[in-house]
Design a protein around this ligand. Structure first.
Ligand code: SF4
Length: 559
């Protein structure tokens, strides 16, 4: 590849230029000399470190109100602190692509609180709930990245929210933006009987060293990390993942994966074949994110995720660059982790290795409320625990429950709308934010997921006993994949479709047979396979009955 400063050879009019191979345009990689921004996003990050926007929020925008906000901060740098404007109410999904950003902006914000590893104390959970009651109209969604999202936040209240969250050890820093986002971890880290090792200390060290570090606040795009001693965090679709594995000579450690991701052009991450001991995870993480920062593509936003670089280089070259240019040593070769037959979702009652119990409960598609979270915190403390974990499946797990308290806690959670023995449909459904609040959305998702669960519980009551593992149904409000539709048994991508009467209505493109673990792969998009939102319950019922009738023994959905 030729740096942009190189002049192209010229040819005289009388001498035709010799044929030559067509050169690829530069991808804007810093390491190859492309330091001048090639698009407005890169320009904005170069003009001012996005982390600097916090001071302006505290001193200018919060006192001055929404009208005082510089648009470059509003639709750019605010994300580095977990802030997005939410969708103006009443704009239907058919108009999403036709309106300018400022026409879609409400004057309220979504605020994402990063909860690395999904780990919360009851005091933190209660605080998150109380802040929602006071500042977020009682909204709170558990996301599939173990975060909590508020809505209806006013810019005037943001400094107070930060002050109170940070006093409790929580932050919104780098919850969004082209930055190192929340680190996923096993909800059962440190307590699962079968985990290889606890990744928690590595997560803590990465947060301590690198979150808010200006060396990593200008990445080509977002950077998603998962670290788990169990294969329970969708590691296959992360930019970097460390998955527990036992090395035959060196013992417990992690297998290193890079370059996974969904959205358009979904890709499964590649194993680098390297075994990483726990105390080296932060250094190796720094090496991988540095490769991304320096060699990642910055010219086009839709090619800027690490997966495109890994796809072009391959695992071997990526490992070689990581070792030779960033770590200055060779990594130890290691084996692949064991693959679970069925994706693990932590719902129900599980014995911990110390004899206490973990109790997992299922809101529908992560939707709870501030009031519910406050009451959950009280119920957990009544049961003698003070630890809760959020899961990558939009669920919630209470840790450290004595056996004598399990039934009482389960009853309390059920009374709060959080059953611990949910139907397979409730258990398997996930949904992104969707039309209610997301400016990119084309269709409604959260309320639709709730309707779908209710409908399937009635329509499929006769076959529940025959469903051994939950059949996952994931709903996205647009072609992005915030709810990981390509990895679901039934993935639903929101779009406008034509109904039987020729009307343009909300509906979904269907993807069937995606999965992680043993069935890692993306669901097949069936051409012309579209369903209107109104037909959805009937359609899913038909697919499930067809699968149950046609499966061979214990055959899983994706097989
Ligand atoms: Fe918004 Fe689309 Fe993501 Fe859903 S998938 S939250 S609609 S960007």
């Amino acid at each position: 590849m030729v740096p942009p400063t190189t002049s192209p050879p010229t040819a005289t009019p009388s001498t035709p230029a010799p044929p030559r191979a067509r050169q690829r345009r530069g991808e804007g990689q810093w390491a190859l000399g492309y330091r001048e921004p090639l698009n407005p996003n890169e320009r904005s990050k170069k003009d001012d470190d996005p982390l600097n926007v916090r001071a302006r929020i505290e001193t200018i925008y919060a006192p001055g109100g929404f009208a005082s906000i510089d648009p470059a901060d509003l639709r750019g740098r605010f994300r580095w602190y977990g802030l997005y404007t939410q969708r103006k109410p009443g704009i239907d999904g058919g108009r999403t692509a036709t309106l300018a950003p400022e026409e879609l902006d409400d004057e309220h914000f979504m605020l994402r609180v990063r909860i690395d590893g999904g780990r919360l104390t009851t005091a933190q959970l209660a605080l998150i709930g109380e802040l929602s009651q006071t500042y977020a109209r009682d909204t709170a969604d558990i996301t599939d990245r173990q975060n909590v999202q508020y809505h209806w936040i006013r810019i005037e209240d943001v400094p107070t929210l930060w002050e109170r969250l940070e006093a409790a050890g929580l932050t919104t820093m780098e919850a969004c933006g082209d930055s190192p986002r929340v680190v996923l971890g096993s909800p059962l880290a440190g307590i699962a009987e079968d985990e290889v090792l606890d990744g928690g200390p590595a997560i803590d060290e990465i947060l301590r060293r690198y979150i808010g570090d200006p060396r990593f606040s200008n990445l080509p795009r977002k950077f998603k990390t998962a670290i788990s001693g169990l294969p329970d965090v969708a590691h296959e679709v992360h930019d970097v993942a460390f998955v527990g594995v036992v090395h035959p000579e060196h013992g417990p450690g992690f297998d290193l994966w890079v370059g996974g991701g969904l959205s358009t052009n979904p890709m499964i991450a590649k194993r680098l074949g390297a075994w990483i001991p726990l105390d080296e995870v932060p250094d190796v993480w720094e090496g991988v994110i540095s490769v991304f920062r320096d060699y990642g593509y910055r010219r086009l936003r839709n090619r800027a995720r690490l997966k495109f670089l890994v796809a072009d280089w391959g695992a071997e070259k990526f490992r070689q660059v990581l070792e030779d240019e960033y770590l200055n040593r060779k990594l130890i070769d290691g084996p692949a982790p064991e693959v679970p037959e069925v994706a693990r979702d932590h719902v129900g009652v599980h014995r911990q290795k110390d004899g206490l119990f973990a109790v997992g409960a299922a809101p529908i598609a992560g939707r709870v409320s501030g009031s519910t979270l406050v009451e959950v915190a009280k119920a957990v403390e009544r049961a003698g625990s003070n630890r809760v974990r959020l899961t990558p499946q939009q669920k919630l797990v209470v840790l450290d429950v004595p056996e004598a308290e399990v039934d009482g806690l389960r009853a309390d959670l059920a009374a709060l709308g959080l059953p611990t023995e949910p139907s397979p449909w409730r258990r398997g459904v996930m949904a992104c934010t969707g039309l209610e609040f997301c400016k990119l959305a084309i269709v409604e998702t959260k309320a639709r997921a709730a309707e779908l669960v209710t409908a399937l519980e009635a329509r499929l009551a006769d076959v529940v006993a025959g469903v051994a593992a939950p059949i996952s149904v994931h709903l996205n409000g647009c072609p992005n994949s915030c709810a990981r539709i390509q990895t679901a048994d039934i993935g639903l991508k929101g779009q406008i479709v034509t109904d039987g009467d020729g009307r343009q209505v909300e509906g979904f493109q269907v993807h069937l047979g995606g999965g992680l673990g043993l069935d890692a792969g993306f669901g097949r998009k069936l051409r012309g396979h579209k369903v209107t939102a109104a037909e959805l319950p009937e359609y899913v019922e038909r697919v499930v009955r067809h699968y149950l009738a046609g499966r061979d023994g214990g055959e899983r959905f994706a097989q």
